[in-house]
Design a protein around this ligand. Structure first.
Ligand code: SF4
Length: 168
């Protein structure tokens, strides 16, 4: 334990400086931190669900978690279990194969829960639309509280969309 603490103090904070556009992220982050502190007792826990996306949206969601954007400093944490989640961040479109899994994840998330559809595909089916393999947007399967458009949405779009969702 002592060794770990020593290592933590020796290493310090290693977050890298933000690339251009950093001021916008900092501003959104400050609003997020304040809103999350007020409405969620300092911590917003998100379960991300890929209901059938091309993974482009996931790359941007991973980015908000990396050492550049570092969303943890604003109070946003990701969890592997819907039972600990305040929010479901769902990319789409919903494929037939993922429909039941998405419904079960929604039911397993304790109320009050927020559902945010991510990307044009999550919002309305996007380029995949509705077909033999796809049901379209997330709202076709579970209730959606907010939509973050874009193909894919940028990290700033994602943080802004999460902020709008938590503000209600
Ligand atoms: S919105 Fe674009 S990046 Fe996201 S899943 Fe659809 S096609 Fe892929």
């Amino acid at each position: 334990m002592i060794r770990i603490l020593r290592q933590i103090f020796r290493t310090g904070i290693v977050t890298e400086p933000l690339p251009s556009g950093g001021a916008e992220i900092e501003e959104i982050g400050a609003h997020l931190e304040e809103t999350i502190r007020r409405r969620f007792s300092r911590s917003l826990t998100i379960r991300q669900v890929d209901a059938g996306s091309c993974n482009g949206c996931e790359l941007e969601i991973h980015a908000i978690n990396n050492s550049i954007y570092n969303c943890e400093r604003f109070g946003i944490h990701f969890t592997a279990s819907p039972r600990f989640a305040d929010m479901l961040l769902v990319t789409g479109p919903v494929t037939h194969n993922m429909e039941i899994a998405l419904r079960r994840t929604y039911v397993s998330t304790p109320p009050p829960k927020l559902v945010v559809a991510v990307g044009d595909c999550g919002c309305n089916g996007g380029i995949f639309g509705e077909s033999y393999a796809s049901l379209g947007g997330i709202h076709k399967v579970i209730p959606v509280d907010a939509c973050i458009r874009g193909c894919p949405p940028t990290p700033a779009d994602l943080l802004n969309g999460i902020l709008k969702a938590v503000k209600g």
